[in-house]
Design a protein around this ligand. Structure first.
Ligand code: IPM
Ligand code: MN
Length: 362
C-alpha cells in the first residue's frame, strides 16, 4: 500500500516529536511492505513567521491532497498579541473544519509498565481503558456570535448545537462502543445549559438505534470527579467540544503523562492525527519531549485511514515493549531513573518494530 501523509510539525516541541515519529513509520512501512511518503509542511506560528499566515494555502492543499495528516502541535507565546485569525490555534481549528473532522477520538489506557507513573493509587487506576469521543466541529469553539462586544468592554462565546451535529457524534460514540465494552456515557451540563438538554435528548434518541449498547448520562462536574475516583468505570465518554478538551487533559494525567495521549480527528475525509499535548514552549528545543503520543497517533492513522490493524498494533506493541524495557522520557521518570531524549525514544521504538510479534491481537 502507498501511504501519502501530510506531515505538519507546527510549533514548540511539535517538529521534534514529529521528527522522532518518522523512523517509526518508515520501519513499519519497511517491515510490512508499504511505501511511505511524507509531504512536510508548516502550520501555526512557524508558518505565520515564514509566510504571514498560520495556515498557508500550500499547507491546506497538501493536507487535502494527502490520505491523512499527522500533526505535531500548534501554539507559541509570541503569538499572544496577534489578531485571533492569525493565531496558531486558529489554524488548527480551521484545518479541522476544512478537513471535515467532527469527531476526536482520544484513547486513554493505562500501560502496565507505567502503573506507578500515575498520581493515583495503583488500585484506583488499575484497568483504566476508555475512549473520549469529543465533538470537534461545533459548540463553544465555533458557534456565533463570538468576539468582543460593547466596544471591547465585554466578550461573547456561544455554545450552540444543532441536533444533526449531536446525532452524528453520538453515532460515532455508539459505533466506537460496539468495538469495545458496549457502554457510552454522555457528558453534559443539562441541569443548567439549554444546549446540553438538546444534547441529552438527541443522544437518547440515537441510543435507541443501538439497543446492544448501554447508554447513560453524567453532568460534567461529576464526570471530572469520577475520572479521578473511578477511572476504570468508563468505556466510551461522549462529550461536547469544550468538555472533551478539559476532560482529556485530566484523563491523560490519570494514566501518567499527557505525553502519552494520542488522538484521531476524523469525519468525512482522511483525518488529522494529533497528540493531545500542546506545543510545550517551555521545553521546546531541549530534546526532552515525549514522542510517544505522536507515535501512537501514527498508529491510529494506520488503523483508521488504511485499516491496517496489524501494522497499528505493531507500533503499539513496540511502544509498550520499550516502556517494559525501562525507557523513560523526562515526563515519565521517577526518583533516580535516567531519562532518554526525544530522538532516542523514537529510535528505540523504530528498532523494536522489527522485533514485535505481528498479529492483530498481539
Ligand atoms: C487540543 C488542543 C486544542 C483544542 C487547541 C490547541 C486549539 O488543546 O487539541 O486539545 O482546544 O482543541
Ligand atoms: Mn486540549
Amino acid at each position: 500500500m502507498k501511504w501519502r501523509i501530510a506531515v505538519l510539525g507546527g510549533d514548540g516541541i511539535g517538529p521534534e516529536v514529529i521528527e522522532a515519529s518518522l523512523p517509526v513509520l518508515r520501519a513499519t512501512a519497511e517491515r510490512f511492505g508499504h511505501e511511505f511518503t511524507a509531504d512536510v509542511q508548516d502550520v501555526g506560528f512557524a508558518a505565520y513567521e515564514r509566510s504571514g499566515h498560520p495556515l498557508p494555502e500550500e499547507t491546506l492543499a497538501a493536507c487535502r491532497g494527502a490520505d491523512a495528516v499527522l500533526l505535531g502541535a500548534v501554539g507559541d507565546p509570541r503569538s499572544d498579541g496577534l489578531p485571533v485569525e492569525l493565531r496558531p490555534e486558529a489554524a488548527l481549528l480551521s484545518l479541522r473544519k476544512e478537513m471535515g473532522c467532527y469527531a476526536n477520538l482520544r484513547p486513554v489506557r493505562l500501560l502496565p509498565a507505567l502503573a506507578s507513573a500515575s498520581p493515583l493509587r495503583p488500585e484506583i487506576v488499575a484497568g483504566t481503558d476508555l475512549v473520549i469521543v469529543r465533538e470537534l466541529a461545533g459548540g463553544l469553539y465555533y458557534s456565533e456570535p463570538r468576539g468582543p462586544v460593547e466596544d471591547g468592554q465585554g466578550a461573547v462565546d456561544t455554545m450552540k448545537y444543532h441536533q444533526d451535529e449531536v446525532a452524528r457524534i453520538a453515532r460515532m460514540a455508539f459505533e466506537t462502543a460496539r468495538g469495545r465494552r458496549k457502554s457510552v456515557l454522555s457528558v453534559d451540563k443539562a441541569n443548567v445549559l439549554h444546549s446540553s438538554r438538546l444534547w441529552r435528548r438527541v443522544v437518547d434518541e440515537i441510543a435507541e438505534e443501538y439497543p446492544d449498547v448501554e447508554c447513560s448520562h453524567m453532568l460534567v462536574d461529576r464526570a471530572a470527579m469520577e475520572l479521578v475516583l473511578n477511572p476504570s468505570s468508563f468505556d466510551v465518554m461522549l462529550t461536547p467540544n469544550l468538555f472533551g478538551d478539559v476532560l482529556s487533559d485530566e484523563a491523560a494525567a490519570v494514566i501518567g503523562s499527557i505525553g502519552l495521549l494520542a488522538s484521531a480527528s476524523i469525519g468525512s475525509g482522511g483525518g488529522i492525527f494529533e497528540p493531545v499535548h500542546g506545543s510545550a514552549p517551555d521545553i521546546a528545543g531541549t530534546g526532552t519531549a515525549n514522542p510517544l503520543a505522536i507515535i501512537l497517533s501514527a498508529a491510529l492513522l494506520l488503523r483508521h485511514v488504511y485499516s491496517l490493524n496489524v501494522e497499528a498494533t505493531a507500533i503499539e506493541s513496540a511502544v509498550e515493549q520499550v516502556l517494559e524495557d525501562g525507557l523513560r522520557t523526562r515526563d515519565l521518570v521517577q526518583d533516580g531513573e535516567a531519562a532518554v531524549g526525544t530522538e532516542e525514544m523514537g529510535r528505540a521504538v523504530a528498532a523494536m518494530i522489527s522485533n514485535v510479534e505481528a498479529s492483530a491481537d498481539a
